[in-house]
Design a binder for this molecule. Structure first.
Ligand SMILES: *Cc1c(COP(=O)(O)O)cnc(C)c1O
Length: 357
Protein backbone atom coordinates (compact mmCIF):
# COMPACT_ATOMS: atom_id res chain seq x y z
CA UNK A 1 0.00 0.00 0.00
CA UNK A 2 1.29 3.47 -0.80
CA UNK A 3 1.62 5.80 2.16
CA UNK A 4 1.71 9.58 2.32
CA UNK A 5 5.43 10.26 2.39
CA UNK A 6 6.48 13.58 3.97
CA UNK A 7 10.21 12.97 3.56
CA UNK A 8 12.37 16.05 2.96
CA UNK A 9 14.40 14.24 0.34
CA UNK A 10 14.52 11.97 -1.48
CA UNK A 11 10.82 12.56 -1.47
CA UNK A 12 7.50 11.59 -2.90
CA UNK A 13 7.03 11.61 -6.69
CA UNK A 14 3.77 11.82 -8.65
CA UNK A 15 2.13 8.39 -8.71
CA UNK A 16 1.20 8.65 -12.40
CA UNK A 17 4.87 9.31 -13.23
CA UNK A 18 6.05 6.30 -11.23
CA UNK A 19 3.47 4.17 -13.00
CA UNK A 20 4.58 5.38 -16.40
CA UNK A 21 8.22 4.63 -15.55
CA UNK A 22 7.16 1.18 -14.39
CA UNK A 23 5.20 0.55 -17.56
CA UNK A 24 8.09 1.40 -19.88
CA UNK A 25 10.88 0.13 -17.64
CA UNK A 26 11.70 -2.93 -19.73
CA UNK A 27 11.21 -1.38 -23.13
CA UNK A 28 12.03 2.29 -23.41
CA UNK A 29 10.74 4.17 -26.47
CA UNK A 30 10.54 0.99 -28.54
CA UNK A 31 14.26 0.26 -28.15
CA UNK A 32 13.73 -3.14 -26.53
CA UNK A 33 15.98 -1.95 -23.70
CA UNK A 34 15.43 -0.39 -20.31
CA UNK A 35 16.34 3.30 -20.03
CA UNK A 36 18.86 2.07 -17.44
CA UNK A 37 20.60 -0.07 -20.07
CA UNK A 38 20.78 2.27 -23.00
CA UNK A 39 23.89 4.20 -24.07
CA UNK A 40 23.79 7.85 -23.15
CA UNK A 41 24.91 8.52 -26.75
CA UNK A 42 21.88 6.70 -28.15
CA UNK A 43 19.48 8.97 -29.98
CA UNK A 44 16.59 7.80 -27.80
CA UNK A 45 18.39 9.03 -24.71
CA UNK A 46 19.69 12.25 -26.26
CA UNK A 47 16.05 13.09 -26.92
CA UNK A 48 15.32 12.74 -23.20
CA UNK A 49 18.07 15.19 -22.24
CA UNK A 50 17.08 17.76 -24.81
CA UNK A 51 13.39 17.47 -23.94
CA UNK A 52 14.12 17.84 -20.21
CA UNK A 53 16.23 20.90 -20.93
CA UNK A 54 13.53 22.42 -23.12
CA UNK A 55 10.92 21.82 -20.43
CA UNK A 56 13.06 23.49 -17.75
CA UNK A 57 13.44 26.47 -20.08
CA UNK A 58 9.73 26.63 -20.81
CA UNK A 59 8.46 26.07 -17.27
CA UNK A 60 10.81 28.59 -15.66
CA UNK A 61 10.90 30.97 -18.58
CA UNK A 62 14.70 30.75 -18.75
CA UNK A 63 16.25 33.46 -20.95
CA UNK A 64 18.17 32.36 -24.09
CA UNK A 65 21.54 33.42 -22.76
CA UNK A 66 21.39 30.99 -19.84
CA UNK A 67 22.76 27.46 -19.82
CA UNK A 68 20.57 24.68 -18.37
CA UNK A 69 22.74 21.82 -17.12
CA UNK A 70 22.16 18.39 -15.60
CA UNK A 71 25.13 17.49 -13.43
CA UNK A 72 26.07 15.06 -10.66
CA UNK A 73 27.27 15.30 -7.09
CA UNK A 74 24.18 16.86 -5.55
CA UNK A 75 23.71 20.43 -4.49
CA UNK A 76 26.64 19.96 -2.12
CA UNK A 77 29.11 19.61 -5.00
CA UNK A 78 27.80 22.86 -6.40
CA UNK A 79 28.87 24.55 -3.14
CA UNK A 80 32.40 24.08 -4.54
CA UNK A 81 31.54 24.57 -8.20
CA UNK A 82 30.20 28.06 -7.50
CA UNK A 83 33.49 29.59 -6.27
CA UNK A 84 35.46 27.47 -8.76
CA UNK A 85 33.50 28.95 -11.65
CA UNK A 86 32.85 32.42 -10.34
CA UNK A 87 35.30 33.62 -7.70
CA UNK A 88 37.59 35.62 -9.96
CA UNK A 89 38.17 38.50 -7.59
CA UNK A 90 38.66 36.15 -4.67
CA UNK A 91 35.67 37.21 -2.59
CA UNK A 92 31.97 36.58 -2.42
CA UNK A 93 29.05 37.29 -0.07
CA UNK A 94 26.99 34.64 1.68
CA UNK A 95 23.74 34.95 3.58
CA UNK A 96 23.58 32.15 6.12
CA UNK A 97 19.96 31.22 6.81
CA UNK A 98 20.29 27.54 7.66
CA UNK A 99 22.45 24.46 7.63
CA UNK A 100 22.90 24.15 3.87
CA UNK A 101 23.54 27.89 3.55
CA UNK A 102 26.24 27.50 6.19
CA UNK A 103 27.80 24.58 4.35
CA UNK A 104 27.83 26.58 1.12
CA UNK A 105 29.56 29.43 2.92
CA UNK A 106 32.12 27.11 4.52
CA UNK A 107 32.89 25.54 1.15
CA UNK A 108 33.33 29.04 -0.30
CA UNK A 109 35.92 29.76 2.38
CA UNK A 110 38.15 27.05 0.93
CA UNK A 111 38.59 29.02 -2.29
CA UNK A 112 38.68 32.62 -1.20
CA UNK A 113 37.20 35.22 1.06
CA UNK A 114 33.63 34.10 1.76
CA UNK A 115 32.03 37.01 3.57
CA UNK A 116 29.07 36.16 5.77
CA UNK A 117 26.97 39.30 5.34
CA UNK A 118 23.83 37.93 6.97
CA UNK A 119 23.14 35.26 9.56
CA UNK A 120 19.93 34.21 11.24
CA UNK A 121 21.44 31.64 13.60
CA UNK A 122 20.77 33.97 16.57
CA UNK A 123 17.12 32.84 16.44
CA UNK A 124 17.82 29.28 15.26
CA UNK A 125 17.23 30.28 11.64
CA UNK A 126 13.54 31.06 12.14
CA UNK A 127 13.67 34.14 9.94
CA UNK A 128 15.40 35.61 6.88
CA UNK A 129 17.52 38.74 7.45
CA UNK A 130 16.24 41.97 5.88
CA UNK A 131 18.04 41.92 2.54
CA UNK A 132 17.72 45.69 2.16
CA UNK A 133 19.76 46.29 5.30
CA UNK A 134 22.72 44.03 4.58
CA UNK A 135 26.12 45.42 3.70
CA UNK A 136 27.07 43.89 0.39
CA UNK A 137 30.80 43.70 -0.22
CA UNK A 138 32.14 46.07 -2.85
CA UNK A 139 33.47 44.06 -5.78
CA UNK A 140 32.15 40.70 -4.60
CA UNK A 141 32.03 38.07 -7.35
CA UNK A 142 28.56 36.94 -6.32
CA UNK A 143 26.03 36.87 -3.49
CA UNK A 144 24.92 33.40 -2.42
CA UNK A 145 21.52 32.66 -0.88
CA UNK A 146 19.50 29.55 -0.03
CA UNK A 147 16.04 30.54 -1.19
CA UNK A 148 14.16 27.88 0.80
CA UNK A 149 15.64 26.43 3.96
CA UNK A 150 14.63 22.79 4.02
CA UNK A 151 15.48 22.03 7.64
CA UNK A 152 14.17 25.20 9.27
CA UNK A 153 11.17 25.81 7.03
CA UNK A 154 11.84 29.37 5.92
CA UNK A 155 11.93 31.02 2.52
CA UNK A 156 12.90 34.36 1.07
CA UNK A 157 9.93 36.53 0.23
CA UNK A 158 12.14 39.16 -1.34
CA UNK A 159 15.46 38.52 -3.05
CA UNK A 160 18.52 40.73 -2.55
CA UNK A 161 18.95 43.59 -4.97
CA UNK A 162 22.70 43.68 -5.30
CA UNK A 163 25.29 44.59 -7.91
CA UNK A 164 27.00 41.21 -7.85
CA UNK A 165 25.29 38.26 -9.55
CA UNK A 166 22.84 36.48 -7.28
CA UNK A 167 23.44 32.74 -6.83
CA UNK A 168 20.57 30.76 -5.34
CA UNK A 169 20.31 27.25 -3.99
CA UNK A 170 16.68 26.40 -4.78
CA UNK A 171 16.95 22.67 -4.07
CA UNK A 172 13.82 22.44 -1.98
CA UNK A 173 11.54 24.79 -3.86
CA UNK A 174 12.44 24.83 -7.55
CA UNK A 175 9.31 24.55 -9.73
CA UNK A 176 7.04 25.40 -6.80
CA UNK A 177 7.30 29.13 -7.19
CA UNK A 178 7.51 31.55 -10.07
CA UNK A 179 10.86 33.32 -10.20
CA UNK A 180 12.30 35.85 -12.60
CA UNK A 181 15.37 33.89 -13.69
CA UNK A 182 16.93 36.98 -15.28
CA UNK A 183 17.40 38.43 -11.79
CA UNK A 184 19.79 35.59 -10.95
CA UNK A 185 23.27 34.77 -12.15
CA UNK A 186 22.92 31.13 -11.17
CA UNK A 187 20.11 28.96 -9.83
CA UNK A 188 20.86 25.39 -8.80
CA UNK A 189 18.92 22.56 -7.24
CA UNK A 190 19.43 18.94 -6.29
CA UNK A 191 16.57 17.06 -7.91
CA UNK A 192 15.61 14.75 -5.08
CA UNK A 193 13.37 17.25 -3.29
CA UNK A 194 10.94 18.52 -5.84
CA UNK A 195 11.78 16.93 -9.16
CA UNK A 196 13.26 13.47 -9.51
CA UNK A 197 15.12 10.67 -7.76
CA UNK A 198 18.52 11.55 -6.30
CA UNK A 199 21.50 11.70 -8.63
CA UNK A 200 20.94 14.74 -10.78
CA UNK A 201 21.36 18.42 -10.02
CA UNK A 202 20.06 21.23 -12.20
CA UNK A 203 22.22 24.28 -12.80
CA UNK A 204 20.79 27.30 -14.60
CA UNK A 205 23.58 29.78 -15.24
CA UNK A 206 23.97 32.97 -17.20
CA UNK A 207 26.47 32.06 -19.90
CA UNK A 208 28.48 35.27 -19.66
CA UNK A 209 29.31 34.38 -16.04
CA UNK A 210 30.65 30.90 -16.66
CA UNK A 211 33.22 31.39 -19.40
CA UNK A 212 36.27 31.58 -17.20
CA UNK A 213 36.47 28.93 -14.47
CA UNK A 214 39.44 29.13 -12.11
CA UNK A 215 42.50 27.17 -13.34
CA UNK A 216 42.15 24.71 -10.46
CA UNK A 217 38.52 23.93 -11.30
CA UNK A 218 38.12 20.19 -12.05
CA UNK A 219 36.90 19.63 -15.60
CA UNK A 220 33.72 17.95 -14.38
CA UNK A 221 32.81 21.04 -12.36
CA UNK A 222 33.36 23.47 -15.23
CA UNK A 223 29.86 24.60 -16.13
CA UNK A 224 31.25 25.85 -19.45
CA UNK A 225 32.37 22.32 -20.36
CA UNK A 226 29.04 20.85 -19.32
CA UNK A 227 27.26 23.48 -21.38
CA UNK A 228 29.40 22.90 -24.47
CA UNK A 229 28.64 19.20 -24.23
CA UNK A 230 24.91 19.49 -23.61
CA UNK A 231 25.31 17.85 -20.17
CA UNK A 232 26.82 14.81 -21.92
CA UNK A 233 30.52 15.44 -21.27
CA UNK A 234 30.66 12.09 -19.49
CA UNK A 235 28.04 9.51 -18.59
CA UNK A 236 25.22 11.47 -16.95
CA UNK A 237 22.81 10.08 -14.34
CA UNK A 238 20.57 8.73 -17.10
CA UNK A 239 17.74 7.33 -15.05
CA UNK A 240 17.38 10.43 -12.89
CA UNK A 241 17.33 12.68 -15.95
CA UNK A 242 14.71 10.43 -17.55
CA UNK A 243 12.59 10.66 -14.39
CA UNK A 244 13.07 14.42 -14.27
CA UNK A 245 11.81 14.59 -17.84
CA UNK A 246 8.68 12.64 -16.93
CA UNK A 247 8.04 14.85 -13.89
CA UNK A 248 8.54 17.99 -15.97
CA UNK A 249 6.06 16.76 -18.57
CA UNK A 250 3.61 16.03 -15.79
CA UNK A 251 4.20 19.45 -14.28
CA UNK A 252 3.44 21.09 -17.60
CA UNK A 253 0.25 19.05 -17.99
CA UNK A 254 -0.82 20.15 -14.49
CA UNK A 255 -0.54 23.83 -15.35
CA UNK A 256 3.14 24.55 -14.77
CA UNK A 257 4.84 26.45 -12.00
CA UNK A 258 2.00 28.93 -11.51
CA UNK A 259 -0.45 26.12 -10.79
CA UNK A 260 2.08 24.42 -8.50
CA UNK A 261 2.55 27.66 -6.61
CA UNK A 262 -1.20 28.06 -6.11
CA UNK A 263 -1.68 24.50 -4.91
CA UNK A 264 1.45 24.80 -2.76
CA UNK A 265 0.17 27.96 -1.06
CA UNK A 266 -3.17 26.26 -0.51
CA UNK A 267 -1.71 23.09 1.01
CA UNK A 268 0.71 25.00 3.26
CA UNK A 269 -2.08 27.43 4.21
CA UNK A 270 -4.28 24.58 5.44
CA UNK A 271 -1.49 23.12 7.53
CA UNK A 272 -0.28 26.39 9.05
CA UNK A 273 -3.82 27.45 9.83
CA UNK A 274 -4.44 24.23 11.70
CA UNK A 275 -1.14 24.52 13.59
CA UNK A 276 -1.76 28.15 14.53
CA UNK A 277 -5.17 27.26 15.97
CA UNK A 278 -3.91 24.18 17.76
CA UNK A 279 -3.15 24.16 21.47
CA UNK A 280 -0.75 21.26 21.09
CA UNK A 281 1.27 21.91 17.93
CA UNK A 282 3.44 24.90 17.25
CA UNK A 283 5.50 26.25 14.35
CA UNK A 284 8.25 28.64 15.44
CA UNK A 285 9.02 30.34 12.13
CA UNK A 286 8.35 34.06 11.76
CA UNK A 287 5.09 33.99 9.79
CA UNK A 288 6.09 36.04 6.78
CA UNK A 289 9.04 33.74 6.07
CA UNK A 290 7.23 30.42 6.33
CA UNK A 291 8.13 27.93 3.63
CA UNK A 292 5.33 26.41 1.60
CA UNK A 293 7.44 23.28 1.02
CA UNK A 294 8.80 22.33 4.45
CA UNK A 295 6.66 22.79 7.56
CA UNK A 296 8.41 22.07 10.87
CA UNK A 297 6.33 21.79 14.04
CA UNK A 298 6.61 20.60 17.63
CA UNK A 299 4.49 19.50 20.56
CA UNK A 300 5.46 20.65 24.08
CA UNK A 301 7.70 17.62 24.69
CA UNK A 302 10.16 15.35 22.92
CA UNK A 303 8.26 12.30 24.26
CA UNK A 304 5.03 13.47 22.71
CA UNK A 305 6.85 14.25 19.45
CA UNK A 306 8.15 10.67 19.35
CA UNK A 307 4.68 9.30 20.09
CA UNK A 308 3.21 11.44 17.31
CA UNK A 309 5.78 10.26 14.78
CA UNK A 310 5.24 6.59 15.67
CA UNK A 311 1.43 6.78 15.59
CA UNK A 312 1.43 8.80 12.38
CA UNK A 313 3.60 6.16 10.77
CA UNK A 314 1.19 3.44 11.83
CA UNK A 315 -1.57 5.50 10.20
CA UNK A 316 0.29 5.64 6.87
CA UNK A 317 1.78 9.13 7.29
CA UNK A 318 5.51 8.56 7.16
CA UNK A 319 8.86 10.37 7.42
CA UNK A 320 7.52 13.13 9.65
CA UNK A 321 10.53 13.17 11.97
CA UNK A 322 12.24 16.56 12.02
CA UNK A 323 15.88 16.92 10.99
CA UNK A 324 18.31 15.71 13.67
CA UNK A 325 19.52 19.30 14.13
CA UNK A 326 16.12 20.59 15.22
CA UNK A 327 14.10 17.59 16.40
CA UNK A 328 10.31 17.73 16.46
CA UNK A 329 8.42 17.07 13.27
CA UNK A 330 8.62 18.29 9.71
CA UNK A 331 6.11 17.78 6.95
CA UNK A 332 7.66 18.26 3.53
CA UNK A 333 4.80 18.95 1.18
CA UNK A 334 6.46 19.25 -2.20
CA UNK A 335 4.66 19.50 -5.55
CA UNK A 336 4.01 15.76 -5.63
CA UNK A 337 2.23 15.68 -2.26
CA UNK A 338 -1.48 15.62 -3.05
CA UNK A 339 -3.91 17.92 -1.23
CA UNK A 340 -5.50 14.75 0.22
CA UNK A 341 -2.16 13.88 1.86
CA UNK A 342 -2.06 17.21 3.67
CA UNK A 343 -5.71 16.85 4.69
CA UNK A 344 -5.02 13.34 5.99
CA UNK A 345 -2.15 14.72 8.06
CA UNK A 346 -4.31 17.48 9.51
CA UNK A 347 -7.08 15.01 10.37
CA UNK A 348 -4.54 12.83 12.11
CA UNK A 349 -3.11 15.81 14.03
CA UNK A 350 -6.64 16.76 15.16
CA UNK A 351 -7.25 13.28 16.44
CA UNK A 352 -3.87 13.15 18.17
CA UNK A 353 -4.53 16.48 19.85
CA UNK A 354 -7.87 15.29 21.23
CA UNK A 355 -6.30 12.11 22.57
CA UNK A 356 -3.35 13.88 24.17
CA UNK A 357 -4.85 16.89 25.87
C1 LIG B 1 19.02 18.80 0.36
C2 LIG B 1 19.64 20.11 0.17
C3 LIG B 1 21.00 20.25 -0.14
C4 LIG B 1 21.92 19.07 -0.24
O1 LIG B 1 21.67 18.37 -1.38
P1 LIG B 1 22.55 17.13 -1.83
O2 LIG B 1 21.99 16.84 -3.17
O3 LIG B 1 22.33 16.05 -0.82
O4 LIG B 1 23.96 17.56 -1.88
C5 LIG B 1 21.49 21.51 -0.34
N1 LIG B 1 20.71 22.60 -0.24
C6 LIG B 1 19.40 22.51 0.08
C7 LIG B 1 18.59 23.75 0.20
C8 LIG B 1 18.83 21.26 0.30
O5 LIG B 1 17.53 21.17 0.62
Amino acid sequence: MRVYNFSAGPSTLPLNVLEQAQKEFLDFAGTGMSVTEISHRDKAFATVVSEAEALVRELLNVPEDYAVLFVQGGASTQFAAIPLNMMHGGKADYIVTGNFAKKAWQEGEIYGEAVKIGDSSDKTYTYIPDVDKLEYTEGADYVHITSNNTIFGTRYIKFPECNAPLVADMSSEIFSREVDVSRFGVIYAGAQKNLAPAGVTIVIAKRSLIQDPLPICPTMLKWKVQDENGSLYNTPPCFSIYMADLVLRDLKAKGGVKAMNEVGEYKAGLLYEFIDNSKLFKNNVEKQFRSIMNVPFVTPSAELDAKFIAEAKAAGLVSLKGHRLVGGMRASIYNAMPVEGVKALIDFMKKFELENK
